[in-house]
Design a protein around this ligand. Structure first.
Ligand SMILES: *[C@@H]1O[C@H](CO)[C@@H](O)[C@H](O)[C@H]1NC(C)=O
Ligand SMILES: *[C@@H]1O[C@H](CO)[C@@H](O)[C@H](O)[C@H]1NC(C)=O
Ligand SMILES: *[C@@H]1O[C@H](CO)[C@@H](O)[C@H](O)[C@H]1NC(C)=O
Ligand SMILES: *[C@@H]1O[C@H](CO)[C@@H](O)[C@H](O)[C@H]1NC(C)=O
Ligand SMILES: *[C@@H]1O[C@H](CO)[C@@H](O)[C@H](O)[C@H]1NC(C)=O
Ligand SMILES: *[C@@H]1O[C@H](CO)[C@@H](O)[C@H](O)[C@H]1NC(C)=O
Ligand SMILES: *[C@@H]1O[C@H](CO)[C@@H](O)[C@H](O)[C@H]1NC(C)=O
Length: 671
């Protein structure tokens, strides 16, 4: 007892010396002076510093108290490079406790950030999975006031690149810590040092999600500062123009080439120019400059025709290539836009289709991540058994699909075929698909209302392009959240479009059989049962997507739908009764944009009406989305209003389908 009192006293008296770079005080209320919570906190303050520095990972969590409201939880982490300064680590954590007393007097919860360590305590347990609510409440940003010299877009691209690569490195390392350096280059005139760290109890994926969220806080204004940090309790990043950690950087990062809008610089590295380089370099450099003029000129001529495409390629070039490779790639892209890859190249890029490279099982076969020797990352789709179609026929079809280019479509780079193997090569998008976000309790809050609206609009634009503005009229036929990929800025990109076409199922009018390709729950009724498809069947799938994006619930999961068996009927009834707000994803509450939300629910319901003729076209949908005042029709009841979606239905229509709700099915039905 006396010991505890002594601890409290030291805990309270040792205030004045403490400093830190930042803190967030919790909103969970205050503890009572001299109460049990305070003594629990004091015992944490007594043991946590040494427990942290004695852990090999410089990380410790602790709990004090015997249940009830007075239990105190804490966690502390020292910077990954403090392994050589254990006294410094424990002193830092101890000082952080003192600082919390000073900066957040009597607060039950606080986070304290210092150069060498961080500390959090709370009356609620810390979870070691992603929890954006928790992260957001501990967010602290600190930006240097000076700015980096140079063109703002170039500098900010370099800084973002540096951070993106550093966080990837940290997540990949089991210590969840990484340091990096980007040498002074054409992009930044100063050397930049960076660091990223997660608490080591996070899984690699959760660490990456956390770090990407944190890096997402960096905006156009802050990314040109000459140093800064963004911290939450679970993960943090920092960059400076000076070396701020012990030891040498774990990774050297070369800036990706500067944006193509600026005249492409001659391949630049940080190597000092040697005298003999000048004659060797100058002449080709002149040739390159002349070539660039031609490319830029041709490109400008083409720009009128292919707006979306340019943005995509530019992005692709920026992200994936370095220095002199850019020119070769540009040239190739300009001349052909489409490649036929050698099977051995694909084998090598995907490590012989190894399990580690597998990204998932798509509708028409497994998808693998690949990387060419020059660093370009790709996604490789290995088509499941395919009609005995010859190579030329396959190539021509794929080539036609590859010409479809739009900001909201995943770019098809080429194909490969060897014997029975038919392979499609796509641009690689790191952020997974929409279902990964909207149906996940933690990740869904990464998509706020504005972002969701942007995603809905992006999908609508991509679909309109497929239906109306592309040279081919393409009906997607398998639109669903897992086919909507998200790029690094969470912009939607429709994938797997045109596959139904490649699979030779569009010219069915003459044939006696037709293929039904799609996914239950997203298939329009006339298509699922009769095999009839039109642009209106895509509109139906789009409507299901809209309802899912707004509600954060899967159409096919029947719980949470009241007496209904799927979300469409439930949504319609709520809408009819004026209770549409009960449909909205709880992570969007409080609802600031309720008028917009209601319009979206209305539009979604119009798209899923049972009768195809009643559904709007994508052009109508875009008009409705972009006008805030246009009066919307009242939706009639949706399809599957009182029918269970799934295998039961398959049996009633006599089609032979053996597939669960989530999987794409592909089957042949007799007319
Ligand atoms: C907690 O205590 C601080 C300072 O003692 C005071 O400013 C704050 O209003 C209190 N908060 C609550 C929720 O009582
Ligand atoms: C808490 O304890 C300290 C030291 O024992 C004492 O000075 C202070 O008055 C006490 N405060 C309350 C509110 O009991
Ligand atoms: C610190 O570590 C010791 C020994 O491992 C353990 O008994 C003690 O409970 C730890 N303290 C805290 C606050 O977790
Ligand atoms: C150890 O860390 C402390 C706290 O950050 C720091 O003040 C001290 O300079 C470091 N000592 C050495 C030898 O690096
Ligand atoms: C996330 O954290 C908040 C606040 O700490 C907590 O209320 C909530 O239950 C947590 N959610 C999950 C899924 O752990
Ligand atoms: C992981 O990080 C440690 C230092 O924290 C470093 O020594 C090690 O080389 C890293 N491992 C990899 C595979 O980068
Ligand atoms: C960028 O982020 C900083 C720090 O959060 C904020 O103060 C500033 O308003 C943001 N600027 C823009 C243009 O969003």
């Amino acid at each position: 007892m006396a010991g505890v009192l002594l601890v409290i006293v030291t805990f309270l008296l040792a205030l004045p010396t403490a400093t830190a770079i930042g803190k967030t005080c919790g909103h969970a209320g205050n503890y009572t002076a001299n109460g049990t919570y305070q003594s629990n906190l004091a015992s944490l303050a007594a043991t946590l510093p040494s427990n942290t520095s004695s852990s090999p990972q410089l990380f410790a969590t602790a709990t004090a108290g015997e249940g009830g409201p007075d239990v105190a939880y804490a966690l502390a982490l020292c910077r990954g490079d403090m392994t050589g300064n254990l006294t410094g680590c424990s002193a830092c954590v101890a000082a952080a406790f003192r600082y919390a007393q000073l900066a957040c007097p009597n607060a039950k919860a606080a986070s304290v950030y210092d150069d060498a360590c961080l500390l959090g305590f709370s009356s609620q347990a810390y979870s070691n999975s992603n929890n954006v609510t928790q992260d957001a409440s501990t967010l602290f940003e600190f930006w240097n006031s000076g700015e980096l010299a140079g063109d703002a877009t170039v500098v900010s691209a370099a800084v973002e690149d540096l951070l993106a690569q550093t966080v990837q490195e940290a997540a990949d390392n089991t210590t969840r810590f990484a340091t990096a350096v980007m040498d002074a280059s054409s992009a930044v005139s100063q050397t930049l040092y960076s660091m990223a760290q997660c608490t080591p109890d996070l899984a690699a994926g959760d660490c990456l999600t956390c770090l990407r969220w944190v890096v997402g806080m960096v905006n156009a204004t802050t990314s040109v500062r000459n140093g800064g940090r963004v911290l939450v309790l679970r993960c943090n990043v920092r960059f400076e123009t000076f070396l701020f950690y012990q030891g040498s950087p774990m990774k050297r990062i070369t800036p990706s080439s500067s944006p193509a809008a600026a005249p492409p610089p001659a391949p630049t590295t940080n190597k000092r120019i040697k005298p003999w380089v000048i004659p060797v370099v100058v002449v080709p450099a002149l040739a390159i400059v002349a070539f660039c003029f031609i490319v830029v000129y041709c490109r400008q001529k083409r720009r009128r025709h292919r707006k979306g495409n340019l943005r995509l390629r530019q992005k692709y070039t920026n992200n994936k290539l370095q220095g002199g490779d850019e020119l070769d790639w540009e040239m190739e892209a300009e001349l052909s836009e489409f490649s036929v890859f050698d099977f051995h190249q694909i084998l090598e890029a995907t490590n012989n289709f190894s399990e580690e490279n597998k990204l998932g099982e798509g509708g028409f076969g497994p998808v693998y991540k690949g990387q060419f020797p020059d660093g370009i990352e790709i996604a490789v789709k290995r088509l499941a058994s395919h009609s005995g179609q010859g190579f030329m026929e396959f190539k021509n079809e794929v080539q036609l699909i590859a010409k479809l280019q739009h900001t909201n479509l995943v770019r098809l780079l080429g194909c490969c075929s060897q014997g029975e193997e038919k392979i499609l090569v796509y641009e690689y998008l790191p952020n997974k698909s929409l279902d990964f976000f909207i149906f996940d309790e933690n990740r869904k809050s990464l998509l706020d209302w504005n972002k969701r609206l942007e995603i809905i609009e992006g999908i609508a634009e991509g679909l309109l392009y497929l239906h109306k503005h592309s040279r081919l009229r393409v009906i997607h036929r398998d639109l669903k959240p897992s086919n909507i990929l998200l790029d690094s800025e969470l912009n939607p990109k429709i994938s797997d479009f045109g596959l139904a076409k490649i699979f030779g199922s569009n010219n069915t009018e003459e044939s006696t059989t037709r293929r039904v390709v799609g996914t239950y729950g997203y298939m329009a009724p006339e298509y699922a049962s009769g095999g009839l498809f039109s642009i209106k069947s895509d509109v139906f799938s789009f409507g299901v997507l809209v309802i899912e994006i707004i509600s954060g619930k899967r159409n096919s999961s029947s719980h949470d739908c009241g007496e209904f068996i799927n979300i469409l009927g439930y949504a319609w009834q709520l809408y009819e009764e004026g209770k549409w707000s009960e449909l909205i994803d709880s992570s969007l509450v409080p609802m600031h944009e309720s008028a917009e939300m209601m319009r979206c629910v209305n539009i979604g319901l119009l798209c899923v009406q049972e009768n195809a003729a009643d559904r709007p076209t994508m052009l109508d949908v875009i008009a409705m989305l972009s006008s805030k005042t246009k009066i919307l029709d009242k939706p009639k009841h949706p399809a599957y209003f009182n029918v269970r979606v799934g295998n039961e239905e398959a049996s009633t229509t006599g089609t032979e389908l053996s597939s669960n709700n989530e999987k794409t099915i592909s089957a042949t039905t007799a007319r």
